[in-house]
Each structure stands twice: as structure tokens, then as C-alpha cells.
Design a protein around this ligand. Structure first.
Ligand SMILES: Nc1ncnc2c1ncn2[C@@H]1O[C@H](COP(=O)(O)OP(=O)(O)OP(=O)(O)O)[C@@H](O)[C@H]1O
Length: 232
């Protein structure tokens, strides 16, 4: 489902005549199967976000190949990536990244508006998801009028609205208290079991690693371990 082959990435920093190469990922090989929950761990600066950004097409690798659902996405142009993302990938972030001037309803609806889905169908799908994440009574609330846990639920609903087979999450529990974190992790497990959604989750959090089938550890841009977790 996701295959990373000999992937390396370097950033270039500094002015034209003094450009320096900063290698960030080195020769990464991994495969993620449909229906897995995989956590990516490692110290700050080890390359976790860069790896997720490569899997999302926001940056292009300096070397190597990337396949998602059997498609070689490495050479996709930005417009093709945008279409591909809207079909195959959902995103959850630590900071939620909701649009402050839009209500919960409008934030969840946005990916469907961008895809040109009819208003009738949008309403049907958003109403269903609002109910699913327990926010039907908060549909007209703006992000600033919601708790952290509620905002994260809106962002999960927004990720789910296009029925993506894969969700990429960058520190999704980082801004949540323990109780809300547990709720989110239970919901991720439920989505994984019931809908076979694949999750790739960057985390510093032991609790998240515990719901994962596998943990991939990066150190200094290298993949140093890829380990199955004990049965959940
Ligand atoms: N746009 C960029 N230009 C130059 N260097 C970058 C850029 N983005 C990231 N880096 C460098 O790449 C390295 C890896 O960064 P990355 O954000 O992938 O790490 P991380 O493991 O996600 O860290 P954290 O846990 O702190 O989020 C760091 O040394 C960082 O400074």
C-alpha cells in the first residue's frame, strides 16, 4: 500500500554561492500494508516530519522511489499530487489546522467543496460524520468555541470526509490531555478495525506506540528499527 524504496532526501540551505547540502533522510526502505497502524518514532530532528511530507507529496525526494496503492507517485507534478491526495490521503495534525473563520460544519465540508461535490451530498456526508464524532450539537461553533479535543474531532472528521484509505498523522495527540488522547486513540483503533483505514502516525507518545502494529524508528535520518508490536 505504501512502499518506500531507497529514499534519501537533502535540503539545501544558504545563499547561491555558499549553498550547503543538509542530508536529512538516508536510504530509507519500508513497506506499510493495508490496514496497519504504524508509528514513526525518533528524536527531534531525526527526519520524521520530512518522511511524512515525502509520503504526502509536499516535498520531492532527492533520490529513491515512493509507491502508494501500487502507483509510482515519485514523479507526480503538484496538480496530480493534489488530486491523488484528495482521493487517497487524510491528514491529522497536532495543531488541528482548522480554518478559524469557518464553523465545525464548514471545516469538515471544505474538502468536498474543493472536489465539486453537490450541496445535497455534502450535507448528507457532513451530518453523518458530525454525528459519528459526537459533534452534532456543535456544528455552528467556530474552532475558538471548541475544546482541544473537540477541535481534534473536527479535524479527524475533515480527514475522513473523502473516505481515504490512508491517514497520515503528525503528533495527533500532542495537544490533548490524557482523557481526550485516549478517546482519540480508541477512535483511531475503531476506524482501523471497522473500516480498515491504514494509519501512519508520527509520535513521541508511548500510548500511541501501544496501539500500533509496528514501530519504525529513525535516528539521524536512518531507519534503525522496524519492529512489530506485541499483540494488542
Ligand atoms: N525546509 C528545510 N530546510 C532545511 N532543513 C530542514 C528543512 N526542514 C527540515 N529540515 C531539517 O531536517 C532535519 C529533520 O527535520 P524533521 O522536521 O523531519 O525532524 P523531526 O524528526 O520531524 O523533528 P521533530 O520531532 O522536532 O518534529 C532537521 O535537522 C531540520 O532542521
Amino acid at each position: 500500500m505504501i512502499k518506500v524504496e531507497s529514499l534519501s532526501h537533502a535540503f539545501y540551505v544558504g545563499k547561491k554561492n555558499n549553498r550547503q547540502e543538509v542530508p536529512v533522510l538516508r536510504d530509507i526502505n519500508l513497506q506499510i500494508q493495508e490496514g496497519e497502524i504504524v508509528s514513526i518514532v525518533g528524536r527531534s530532528g531525526s527526519g520524521k516530519s520530512t518522511l511524512l511530507n515525502l509520503m504526502s507529496g509536499y516535498i520531492k525526494p532527492t533520490q529513491g522511489d515512493l509507491y502508494i496503492n501500487e502507483e509510482r507517485v515519485t514523479e507526480f507534478k503538484e496538480s496530480k499530487w493534489a488530486d491523488f491526495r484528495s482521493e487517497h490521503l487524510g491528514f491529522i495534525f497536532q495543531s488541528f489546522q482548522l480554518i478559524p473563520s469557518m464553523t465545525a460544519y464548514q471545516n469538515i465540508e471544505l474538502p468536498l467543496v474543493m472536489k465539486g461535490i453537490s450541496e445535497y451530498e455534502r450535507k448528507r456526508r457532513v451530518d453523518k460524520l458530525l454525528e459519528r464524532v459526537g459533534l452534532s450539537d456543535f456544528r455552528e461553533h467556530y474552532p475558538s468555541e471548541l475544546s482541544g479535543g473537540q477541535q481534534q474531532r473536527v479535524s479527524v472528521a475533515r480527514a475522513l470526509i473523502v473516505n481515504p484509505p490512508i491517514i497520515l498523522a503528525d503528533e495527533p495527540t500532542g495537544s490533548l490531555d490524557q482523557e481526550t488522547e485516549k478517546e482519540l486513540l480508541d477512535f483511531i483503533q475503531k476506524l482501523n478495525k471497522e473500516e480498515k483505514i491504514t494509519f501512519v502516525i508520527i509520535t513521541h507518545d508511548e500510548e500511541v506506540a501501544q496501539i500500533a502494529d509496528r514501530t519504525i524508528r529513525l535516528e539521524d535520518g536512518r531507519l534503525v528499527s522496524d519492529r512489530e508490536e506485541a499483540a494488542k
